[in-house]
Design a protein around this ligand. Structure first.
Ligand code: GDG
Length: 463
């Protein structure tokens, strides 16, 4: 089997020979362990003299490099997170564009490709992850690298009308065509991409399903990312004996609603807090009978839009608790610190309702983790946004529109009252979907298609 080379913005840190948990990290780590190979990307360090570090554990070599402050500001904080992230999440109102940042983004991609080149063998399969690295394949091709290169986009792909807000959208999308295979989370994303390629730049949809545009022939496919349900079950179950922290802060006789998200405007936290407030207003009978636990570790806290949303959430949480809290009841527990994975899965299992309401999300692994954590004999209810990729598969969740505050409050009421029979029916249906598209399927299907398809003749990699 050919070696696998994975490139992602961040390389998952290795702790005592074990990779940090999380969908992408676990999926990629298993693939690397099977095939042997390299995991290449940014170390997370920013310094005036960036260092490259190499560490081999078993058959995996981790190669990480630092960035200069200018690289970090332009490539990561700027074009990736202040232009691409909001636009790909349909938030043109929050996006800004700065030409120097775009140039920095291209420069860092070219620099990373150059650093990767001497490490490659001619038949290595290269798998690039996410929006930070769209131009990576083109940079590789310019250096004469002819290996198979695949790209997986973890976030949504917006319709052409939104995408074209990015001034160099043409140039950027042209770079995507240098991949052999481009993977999306949902059919909606793939179709939006195909729509751009065929309508905006007059590419051709070939009879074998591949696309030709800008003189390149490539494929686009749908590979929904999944979880490892048995591992999650084990984690959630093994946390059972340790319910103490939860008991100390909350009352076990009350029903619990849980949400876990990176603190990001795409996750719909502001709208979710409003819906919870509306739920307590409209259904006073549930007051004191419910508690909402929102875990929201901060992320990208040096990007302005993230600071603004944090302030807003603090004010909303203060308002809800100030309005209704009693000495023996706190309606909302809003926690900004991150939690250990086992504790998270355990908290999911102890909760009655998973409240997952992104305004737009590529997949949303939390929705799948919540379901996979449940006790099959007494499962909780998932309330899920129609705008999460996961809603395509988890059709037995209570599907809501996160822009409909009252609709979300009604769904919470329905979830509070749902019979055990209905909860079990919905749970079993969702578990079948989760097992059918688990993490192994995501990785194996993508790599199978990438191995099978290349429009380029194989050639030696010049070293
Ligand atoms: C991107 C796309 C797509 C969260 N808080 C803690 C913690 N988490 C874990 C969750 C879950 C992961 O982080 C978050 O994954 P999501 O899928 O929910 O969201 P993004 O971070 O936005 O991920 C998304 C994903 O990529 C994969 O393709 O689904 O659409 O935006 O696993 O459990 N983990 C720990 N402590 C925390 O406090 N240990």
């Amino acid at each position: 089997m050919s070696r696998l080379v994975v490139v992602s913005n961040r390389v998952a840190p290795i702790k005592a020979g074990k990779v940090a948990a999380g969908g992408l990290a676990v999926g990629v780590y298993d693939a690397l362990r099977q095939a042997g190979g390299i995991w290449f990307g940014w170390s997370g360090d920013v310094s005036s003299t960036p260092q490259t570090s190499t560490e081999t554990v078993g058959n995996i070599t981790y190669v990480t490099m630092g960035l200069t402050k200018q690289d970090y500001d332009q490539y990561y904080r700027g074009f990736s997170n202040a232009t691409l992230w909001p636009i790909f999440h349909y938030r043109i109102d929050l996006a800004r564009y700065n030409r120097q940042e775009y140039e920095g983004y291209r420069r860092v991609n070219a620099m990373l490709a150059e650093k990767l080149k001497p490490l490659l063998k001619p038949d290595d399969i290269i798998w690039i992850h996410d929006y930070h690295l769209i131009p990576f394949a083109e940079a590789c091709r310019q250096l004469g690298i002819r290996n198979r290169i695949g790209f997986f986009l973890h976030i949504p792909f917006p319709p052409p009308e939104i995408l074209t807000v990015i001034p160099p959208h043409n140039e950027l999308l042209k770079t995507l065509c240098f991949y052999d295979l481009i993977g999306f989370q949902t059919e909606t994303d793939r179709l939006a991409f195909q729509d751009y390629m065929t309508r905006e730049v007059r590419g051709i949809l070939e009879s074998d399903g591949s696309l030709t545009a800008y003189g390149q022939n490539f494929r686009a496919g749908v590979y929904p990312i999944g979880v490892v349900p048995d591992e999650i079950q084990d984690l959630a179950e093994s946390y059972k004996g340790r319910t103490k922290p939860m008991r100390r802060t909350t009352d076990v006789s009350r029903k619990k609603i849980i949400s876990v998200d990176r603190l990001d405007y795409s996750k719909g936290l502001v709208e979710r807090f409003m819906a919870y407030q509306a739920f307590l207003e409209r259904y006073p009978e549930h007051r004191r009978a419910v508690e909402f636990i929102q875990i929201a570790p901060t992320s990208r806290s040096d990007v302005k839009t993230y600071q603004a949303i944090r302030q807003q959430l603090e004010s909303q949480a203060g308002h809800i608790n100030g309005w209704l809290s009693d000495l023996d009841w706190t309606p909302l527990h809003y926690l900004n610190k991150s939690h250990d994975r086992r504790a998270l899965m355990g908290l999911f299992r102890q909760a009655d309702i998973g409240f997952v309401t992104p305004l737009r999300d590529g997949m949303n692994l939390v929705a799948k983790e919540f379901v996979a954590s449940q006790d099959p004999e007494d499962p909780g209810v998932l309330v899920l946004s129609r705008f999460a990729g996961a809603a395509r598969e988890l059709t037995s969740a209570l599907i809501i529109n996160p822009y409909d505050c009252i609709g979300m409050a009604e769904a919470l009421d329905r979830a509070m009252r749902m019979s055990l029979t209905e909860r079990k029916d919905r749970y079993e249906h969702m578990m079948r979907a989760i097992r059918a598209a688990d993490l192994d399927a995501w990785r194996d299907n993508f790599l199978r298609d990438l191995r099978a398809f290349s429009s380029r003749p194989r050639a030696e990699v010049p070293s």
